[in-house]
Structures are given as structure tokens and as C-alpha cells.
Design a protein around this ligand. Structure first.
Ligand code: NAD
Length: 429
């Protein structure tokens, strides 16, 4: 339900009352209805197939024992192993993980890669934990969800609050349990231990390619386009860098600590250097502070929400002043906001396509690990571009044929693919 959304000082809305799984399900229902999906098939594909809640006892640096709660959810394994990231965040909930797992199913299907959907999360604030504490949480969490994991069963990746180091610990823990090194158990690893070239940049590169395809179709040159980015982590920062490489002007960005702007365009390369020292965009020389609450409503050509879900709601959608929204984050726009944006003529390039570059290169990483043969970065980037261009064409064709938004078209493309494969496999009884 999309109801009152108090804002935090960071400008990211506090929306714990909006259930992300219901947000996903409302789009699923609409797309399934339009496809005329068999009611039984609809029941099978709507709900996650497996949900695990684990308790993670950890000895903290001060000697205290703390217990963290973690989840791993499989939404579907019809088209291949469950694939999806692990989130470390104070706001993690089972409904959030269920939504994220479902989006992974639809995302992998839109990108036409042979994976199902899964997701995991641990309720914790990684900014308040030491490296040692994070490592112990990761290893114990991995061992608790071990039965679900496997290169043919469930292949995690980084998400909010986790990174390549987290994936290295996860791979090592799994490998110690099975008594040999299994690189293909996880993607988003450091390159020297089986990671793929281009993986760190893949989601942001894909966001730019999605934006480029949409901008081309809707007659907006990327050269000189004004871009606003919410969130300056992996996805947000690389998206900003990629749009800047196309000649776009990055006029405002934010992170959990605040927002900054420069109407002439921020120097993104210098901002990366500044971030390495300061760990925040706030205070970047060559920018002025911006009220974080104003970031999403800043006038621009392309808006990239790349932080968390439920940021564009019925409360602020009518104040959005952009031509195209490219969803770097998962679930940043509520269903109620979608309707308002559609009436306003704002083009929304949906998460399950727009941020699919990450999982696509994760697929390439898994393939390379299994082959034991690693590709050049230009090969990775070229294959990624081919799939981003093809998937946009698939989604656009559906949108035009059925006169629906890109969001509903993307769900329709995905559901059709998964339902077709389930039909072929049949139900085991
Ligand atoms: P990240 O942890 O690297 O960065 C998250 C960014 O959001 C940071 O700048 C952080 O400061 C900001 N942020 C987090 N909580 C916030 C809050 N409460 N208020 C304001 N800002 C906040 O995470 P990421 O990997 O860049 O993921 C961002 C989004 O993209 C998520 O929705 C994630 O699911 C999605 N996504 C990530 C990938 C990937 O490959 N990493 C792939 C597809 C989708």
C-alpha cells in the first residue's frame, strides 16, 4: 500500500509501510492478466518456492555475543539456479528479500539468461561494523544457508552493503566446507580469484545503455543531457561515470549522508577521487549542497534512482521533472507512482530491465569460472551491450504491440518466458 511517507534527512524516503513484495505482485498480476496466463500457472509463478530464516551468532570485537537475523529466498528455479545478491542493511525484512528474489526471476528472464531468482539479506548496519565483524557475519551466514547454495543451485552476488570482499569470504567459506575451491559458487568476486573483468562496472554500464536506448527512441540526445543520480554506491557512481562518458552533465547526486549539485555538471572523475578519502559525496569541492529531499524533483532529462526501493511514490511523483527515469535500484518506483508518471508522460525504464547488466555479467562470470577461461574486458562489455540492446528491443516490441508501459511490457516478456519453460518442464508430482 502506498501511504504517507515521512522523509529522512538523507532524502531517501522512509517507507517501511510500503510492502515491496506487494508492489512486485501488483505488477505481476497486471501482466499475467494481460497475457491471459492460466490461473494455476499464475499461482505457481507468483510466490517464492523456498524461504529460509537463519540466526547468526557472532562474537563482536568487544567480546560480546550478538545475534543477527538473515534470510535467503528462492523465488524460482525454473530456468536455472537461483541467482541474486546478498544485502547487508538495517532495513532488510523477509518481504523485501521476497520482492528482490522475485525481481531477480523476472530480470534474468527479461535478459534471457539461464537463471532463476533468489536473494538474501542480513539485518545489520555495515557502517557500524568492523571488517572482522563483517567477515564473521558473512562466514556464519554462509554456513547457515549452505544447504541452499551451489553452482547449480543458488549463486549469490553483491547488493547494497556488500562488495567483492564479502563475496571472497563467501566463496572461501563454501569452499572450506566442500574441501575444494569452487569459484562458480558466487559472482562479483575479485578478478584474481575468479571474478570477471567488467563486473564491477556492469550494472552502471547497463543502466547507461538502457538510458541510451530509451533516449534514442524518445529523441533525446545523451550529449548534454542533464542527469540526476540518487545513491552513489556501486550502481549510482558507475552510472554517473558512464553517462558522463557519453557527454551528459551530471547535475546532482546524493548518498546516505546528503546531496550535492552543480548545474554546469559535476566533475565525476574528481568526485570518485574525493569519495575515496571522504567516503561521501557531501562537501565535494566544485559543488553546492542540495536539500536531499529536493534531489528527486530536480529538473533534469534523465533521473537515475540508484539507492533503495519505494523512493518515487504517490507523494512525490507529480513533482518529478524529468523526461526519462532509468531505474538503477530495484523497486524505486511504487505502482501508484507509475500511474501518475504515465499520465505525466514520463518514460520509466523499469528495474527488471534497466539494472539487468549486473546479473548479465554475473552470468558471464559464472560461465568463465565453469570454463576456467577468462574473457577480455572488451569482450565482456560487447556481449553485455548486445544483450542490453536485444532486451530493450524485446520490451519495446511488447510495449508497442500491447500498448502498455515499458514496466508492464518487461513483466510480460519475462512471465511469458518463465511460463513457457515451466509448461515444457511440467509439474513434478
Ligand atoms: P551500494 O551499497 O554500493 O550503494 C548504495 C548507495 O545508496 C550508497 O551511495 C548509499 O549511501 C545509498 N544509500 C543506502 N541507503 C540509503 C539511505 N537510507 N538513504 C540514502 N542513501 C542511501 O549498493 P548498490 O550495489 O549500488 O545497489 C543500489 C541499488 O541497486 C539497490 O537497489 C540494488 O538492489 C540495486 N542493484 C544493484 C546491483 C549490483 O550489481 N550491485 C545490480 C542490480 C541492482
Amino acid at each position: 500500500m502506498d501511504s504517507t511517507s515521512p522523509e529522512t534527512t538523507s532524502g531517501v524516503l522512509s517507507t517501511t509501510h510500503i510492502n515491496p513484495f506487494e508492489e512486485m505482485a501488483s505488477r505481476f498480476d497486471k501482466a499475467a492478466e494481460l497475457l491471459g496466463l492460466d490461473p494455476g500457472m499464475r499461482k505457481v509463478l507468483r510466490e517464492p518456492i523456498k524461504e529460509l530464516k537463519v540466526s547468526i551468532p557472532v562474537v563482536m570485537d568487544d567480546g560480546r555475543i550478538e545475534v543477527f537475523i538473515g534470510y535467503r529466498v528462492h523465488h524460482s528455479v525454473v530456468r536455472g539456479p537461483a541467482k541474486g545478491g546478498i544485502r547487508f542493511d538495517a532495513g532488510v525484512s523477509l518481504d523485501e528479500v521476497r520482492a528482490l528474489a522475485s525481481w531477480m526471476t523476472w530480470k534474468c528472464a527479461v535478459m534471457n539468461i539461464p537463471f532463476g531468482g533468489g536473494k538474501g539479506g542480513v539485518i545489520c548496519d555495515p557502517r557500524k561494523l568492523s571488517r572482522g565483524e563483517l567477515e564473521r557475519i558473512t562466514r556464519r551466514y554462509t554456513s547457515e544457508i549452505m544447504d541452499l547454495l551451489g553452482p547449480e543451485k543458488d549463486v549469490p552476488a553483491p547488493d547494497v552493503g556488500t562488495d567483492s570482499q564479502t563475496m571472497a569470504w563467501l566463496m572461501d567459506t563454501y569452499s572450506m566446507h566442500v574441501r575444494h575451491t569452487v569459484t562458480s559458487i558466487v559472482t562479483g568476486k575479485p578478478i584474481s580469484i575468479g571474478g570477471s573483468r567488467g563486473r564491477v562496472e556492469a550494472t552502471g554500464r547497463g543502466v547507461m545503455l538502457a538510458g541510451r536506448e530509451a533516449a534514442r527512441v524518445h529523441g533525446l540526445p545523451l550529449e548534454g543531457a542533464r542527469v540526476v543520480v540518487q545513491g552513489f554506491g556501486n550502481v549510482g557512481s558507475i552510472s554517473a561515470k558512464m553517462f558522463a562518458s557519453q557527454g551528459s552533465r551530471i547535475i546532482a547526486v546524493s548518498d546516505v549522508n546528503g546531496a550535492i549539485q552543480n548545474p554546469d555538471g559535476l566533475d565525476v572523475a574528481a568526485l570518485f577521487t574525493y569519495m575515496q578519502k571522504s567516503r561521501t559525496v557531501v562537501g565535494f569541492p566544485g559543488s553546492t549542497p542540495l536539500d536531499p529531499a529536493q534531489l528527486l524533483t530536480t529538473e533534469c532529462d534523465i533521473l537515475v534512482p540508484a539507492a533503495l526501493e519505494n523512493q518515487i511514490t504517490h507523494e512525490n511523483a507529480d513533482q518529478i521533472r524529468t523526461k526519462i527515469i532509468v531505474e538503477g535500484a530495484n523497486g524505486p518506483t511504487t505502482a501508484a507512482a507509475d500511474e501518475i508518471l504515465q499520465k505525466m508522460g514520463v518514460v520509466v525504464i523499469p528495474d527488471i530491465y534497466a539494472n539487468g547488466g549486473g546479473v548479465t555479467v554475473s552470468y558471464f562470470e559464472w560461465v568463465q569460472d565453469r570454463m576456467g577461461f577468462f574473457w577480455r574486458e572488451d569482450e565482456v562489455n560487447q556481449r553485455l551491450e548486445e544483450l542490453m540492446v536485444q532486451s530493450f528491443a524485446d520490451v519495446r516490441e511488447m510495449a508497442e504491440a500491447r500498448n502498455v508501459s515499458y514496466r508492464i511490457a518487461a513483466y510480460m516478456v519475462a512471465i511469458q518466458r518463465v511460463a513457457n519453460d515451466l509448461q515444457l518442464r511440467g509439474l513434478y508430482a
